[in-house]
Ligand binder design. Sequence first.
Ligand code: SAH
Length: 454
Amino acid sequence: MSVEKDQIYQVEIIDLGESGEGIGKYEGMTVFVDGGIVGDVVKVKINTVKKNYALGKVVKMIKPSAFRVEPACPYFKKCGGCQIMNMDYTKGQLFYKEKGVKDAIERIGGFTDVEVLPIIGMETPFRYRNKGQYLVAEGKQGVQIGFFQKGTHSVVNIDDCLLQSEQHQIINQIVRDFVMEFGIKIYDEKTHKGMLRHVMIRHSEALGEIMVVLVVNGEYLPKEAMLRERLVEAVPELKSLIVNVNTAKGNKVLGNKNRVLAGSETITDQIGNLKFNINPLSFFQVNPVQTEVLYAKALEYADLSGDETVFDIYCGIGAISLFLAQKAKKVIGIELIQEAIDDAKANAANNGFSNCEFHVGKAETVISELYEAGNKADVVVVDPPRKGCEPEVLETILAMAPKRIVYVSCKPSTMARDLKILCESGAYKIAAVQPVDQFGHTVHVECVVKLEKI
Ligand code: SAH
């Protein structure tokens, strides 16, 4: 065997892995290197050897990469939130995200002649998020509010996350002080005891509205009225303060039940000229500036003239649906979460659209029911979660045979797998692939693809 456990080898990092790790080769064996970035030459200590690859950690830097930059955030080394903040944004991060899309299209999709357009990056890749989901944990120095440490379940306390709005610091500090002062029991995932689990903060940059969600292992947070008073006083933009009840074991952040502690159950955000109500349980894109770019591309690729019936599958609160509704005869949205569908209906009405209908349920079931009931699609837009589309969804789309399919994705590998299925049918070809960076300093990348009927 060429690579052995606990041995140290010199490796040049030649690629970026899916989780932000460096990828190198040693005597033909692929080595995934924690702590290495593309262009580094490093000494790596191997901790795992498998049949086709090995895992290891940088123990010594021999020659640092030209892409290396000093991470702007002091928590970067510990915090698991960002993976590649130590790489130059434009030359390093964006280049490798675009390459990740190209590789997926080629290797997983099997497409050798598809051009991937240059990635559209952010102008300012800081404080771009409209949502922060913080863990609350007991630490040596008292209550910790922050994110998981890389590869562990310990929580790194974060005073200021550079991807989030500055107001999060104020809100989290009020919660920290409240917990300490009143001795509120923090949730412990091992014993399943304690009350406060998470703090989720959403804000609308355009309208200046803030939502704070306190995720509690029970119906009430002890002394919650006191916390309400403090937050309401210190955060004038607070439009919605929610207790979310999550008594389940496991990693899921939110439970299904919300109780309004102050204000209303939703906040409103604006993308382009459209306004959206957002419930704590609903998905909403986290980067409003780049979302506008993404939705504009999806609309461009849908290429609507006004006569079309368009399906928006995995529609969430109807964000893409309403963009499409501006140019379509009719939009039919499908989504799993009831609260999101309630918001979608309200959003259509509030923005003055009468050409949208929304269906709640699993896409794989609902789309075939709609198809069997005689509904036809001229254009189909899909925007699935990371696992991609269920095979039944792809089958029904192929049976519906729309003129165009627009595939919006947050995970290139599952997108490439689904594009392969759609194109192998012989009915579609890829007309454009546009990566858009919504998630600077993390390894994630968004992509929009146009498929045309052959
Ligand atoms: N297009 C929307 C939401 C995309 S996120 C937007 O841009 O805001 C993906 C959405 O798919 C989520 O709202 C999630 O609740 C939903 N979803 C996940 N699995 C689903 C399924 N099997 N059927 C229908 N919707 C599903």
